[in-house]
Structures are given as C-alpha cells and as structure tokens.
Design a protein around this ligand. Structure first.
Ligand SMILES: [Zn+2]
Length: 431
C-alpha cells in the first residue's frame, strides 16, 4: 500500500480519497468487518495508521535517508529549492527541526582491525536464572584480572533513557574518573549506550592509553559495532576516532546488567543522574531515532483524530479501546482462535455485526426487532439477553451473569473471546 507513497503527500483531496477507499476496503476485508464499520475503527483494530498518515511517514523516511546518505536530492531539499507543490516540500516544512539535525552517514567501509568484541563470555552463565550474582561476580573478577595482567585499562560504560532525557556515563576506577553526559532528546537506549562508549574512547585517547577494555551491558551496541554495514553514525565515529588514534587495541566486552556488578551499577547510577551533574551535549539524530521521532509525532496526530471520532461514531468500541494500540489483539501470543472466529470477534468488538439492528440501519432489513423477544436485536441482545438462547447460555456463566460486551471486556479482557465463539457455535449463529 505504501508504493510510491512519498510522492503523494500533496495530492488533491479527491485523489487521496480514492487511495484511502482502496486501503480501507482491503483492511476491512482482512479483518472481516462489515461495510458500515467506521473507518477509524477499522484502522484502530488493525493497529495501522490511516492512509494520509502513512503517506507522510513514507515521505519523511525518504527525506531522512536523502539527508543522511548525502544523496543529490539533499541539496535541493535543504536549500529550500523544492517546488511548493511537492510532497517533499510539505513534509520538509512540517518536520524541519528534525531534518536539520540528522547526522551524515559515511558510506566508506572502515577497518575494524583494532577492535575485538566479546559477547560470549557470560552467555551460558548470565542466561541461567539459577546462576546467582556471586558466581557472576567471581567470573567477572577472573576476567578483570586477566585483562589487567595484559595491561588493559578497564572502562565501564552505561546509558539510560528517562523521561525523554538521554544519559550516558563511563567509569575508569584506576584514575577515580566518573563522567556523565546528557541530552534532552528522545532516543533509543542503544544510542545512549553508544554515546557512553564513544565518550569512554575519547577519554582513553586523551589519557594516551594504548590498550583499553570497555565493559558494557549493551549487547545491541556490540552487535552494531561489529556490523560492517552499520548505518549508525555514532558507531562510525567510534571506529573513525579509534583508527585515527594512538590506541593499539580496544576490546569491548559484554557484562550482564542487574547482577550486582559494582562498577556496572555505578555507571548505571551516573547515567541516570546525568542531567543533574553531567555535561550537556548536543547530539544529531541517527536515522532510526529520527524516524521514530517523526513516527511518534504522526501517531499522536492520529491518536487525537481517533479520540475525537470515537466520541461520535463507534462509541462502544471507544469504551473498550480509548487509546491507540501498537499491536492488534489477535496478534498476541496466547490467541488460539481460528481466523474465522477472529473475524467474528472483530465484528462483535466493532459493534457492527450481522444482527438485525445493524442490517436495518444499512437498509438491508426493514425490521430490527428480535422475533422471540420483540426488542431490538443487537449484539448485546444476542449474547446476553435473547430468550431464544437462554438454555445454551445457562452453560456459560460468563454470559449469563453480565449484560454488555463492554462489561465483560473490562473484567476479563481478550480471555473471554473463546467463550463467545463457543457459545455462538452452539447457537449455530454467525454474527
Ligand atoms: Zn431475543
């Protein structure tokens, strides 16, 4: 659905509507929803953003890559030479502050010859839940002893993300040095960990160390440094400054977090408090963090739209789901329903089912009342009240003892969907 989407951010409303209808219809069919379901409910249920937001996101991603990789388009974009009628112009203006501040990626391959990484040392011990903290500390002591006997300077690093503030710190015990840094930017935790490593390397170079061992609890940082294709500018800078320095060798070792490793706890503490007693630094966006930042902004816009709309259409659904979600309910691990049943539940949740009330509103049926009970036949009536199914319902206390879907959803969450589908099957009803 996102094909060529980056050129669509400025298309006329009528064209956008055509695209949206196509996307709405497909999504509605996938979810098994019926035609009368409000659009915002469809997108919410699929945990997707509506077309106009997806187009914005695709455009933003392309601009971010243009800038980061220094593509020919970058010059046109940042010198404001874009035609005002373009998709790029609209999105560039909207998120200018972020685009201004994206780090450039070096496409030249860099040599990792001075760097050795070790993510394996604690693998078997740290993953074992039985393994107690004393054992880990004993192993670490041996490791430290070995590194020191080989004349390595040991530096512990850690990063933290708290209330949208990035903190990074390193500790060199031998010189009694603890340094911390912070930035008021919302970034991934790996960014904070990498900044800590970068600062540790810079410190080692100033101290004229020849061999250093960095001990970090961030496996993802180690993998990012090992990855020759990395498009993370912090990784690139770390490797660049190492290669240009007098450092002979740098080893980066993984140590497990939260295992009472004294120096790791201290680095953690320093990173967490960096905004109180550390140095404020300015960091440009990595590609990933910039994408995430814009995605969060776009998601917020969608959330505002959704919250406004459910006060009007899809009120019942809105009571179950007042906020936007990251994953559809049926993608959760413990869902064991078949796709047919998932579709039934989707219709029930949307409150647009094949009951007479909905069909009547769609002008398919001219009557909306239940033949047995002579009241309006809606979803709640069938599930909780209809006399026709009273006998079968008596075997389902969950349905017997409640009066609305919102009621049981609030109490039992997704767990009661099995009950509903099994009840409907016994009643030979397709809702
Ligand atoms: Zn009835």
């Amino acid at each position: 659905m996102d094909y060529a989407a980056s050129t669509f951010a400025k298309i006329p409303k009528s064209a956008l509507q055509k695209l949206s209808i196509c996307s709405n219809t497909n999504l509605r069919r996938c979810l098994g929803l019926i035609r009368s379901t409000p659009t915002h409910v469809i997108y919410h249920m699929a945990a997707e953003m509506p077309t106009s937001y997806r187009i914005e996101m695709a455009t933003a991603k392309e601009i971010i890559k243009c800038i980061a990789y220094n593509l020919p388009m970058k010059k046109i974009i940042i010198t404001d030479k874009l035609s005002k009628n373009t998709s790029y112009y609209k999105i560039y203006q909207k998120y200018k502050l972020i685009f201004y501040n994206i780090a450039t990626i070096n496409t030249k391959k860099q040599s990792l010859r001075k760097i050795v990484t070790d993510d394996n040392f604690f693998k078997n011990t740290a993953k074992n839940k039985e393994c107690n903290k004393n054992i880990i500390n004993t192993i670490l002591k041996e490791k430290i002893h070995l590194l020191e006997s080989q004349q390595f300077e040991l530096i512990f690093t850690d990063g933290s993300i708290k209330d949208n503030i990035m903190g990074a710190a390193f500790i060199h015990e031998k010189s009694n040095t603890t340094k911390s840094f912070y930035s008021n930017k919302k970034v991934a935790s790996m960014t904070a960990e990498l900044i800590a490593i970068q600062k540790a390397v810079e410190f080692a170079i100033i101290q004229n160390f020849k061999k250093i061992a960095i001990l970090t609890d961030s496996l993802s940082s180690i993998f990012a440094i090992k990855n020759e294709e990395s498009n993370n500018h912090i990784v690139q800078e770390i490797i660049e400054i190492i290669n240009a320095s007098n450092l002979d060798k740098i080893e980066i070792h993984y140590i497990p977090a939260h295992k009472n490793i004294n120096q790791n706890e201290k680095a953690d503490e320093a990173a967490k408090n960096a905004n109180q007693n550390g140095e404020r630094i300015r960091i440009p966006w990595t590609i990933k963090d910039a994408i995430k930042e814009i995605e969060n902004k776009i998601r917020k816009e969608w959330e505002t739209e959704y919250k406004g709309k459910i006060t009007n259409k899809g009120k019942d659904y809105g009571q179950i789901y007042p906020e936007i979600i990251k994953k559809p309910w049926f993608q959760k691990k413990n869902t064991k329903l078949e796709s047919r049943d998932i579709k039934v539940i989707n219709r029930i949740l949307s409150n647009h089912t094949f009951c007479k009330d909905t069909l009547n509103k769609m002008n398919i049926y001219d009557d909306n009342s239940c033949e047995t009970c002579n009241t309006i036949e809606n979803t709640n009536h069938i599930l909780f009240h209809c006399n026709k199914y009273a006998n079968i319902r008596s075997k389902y206390p969950l349905l017997q003892n409640h009066t609305t879907l919102i009621d049981i959803q609030k109490k039992y969450g997704d767990k009661m969907y099995n009950t509903i589908t099994s009840f409907l099957k016994q009643c030979k009803l397709e809702l």
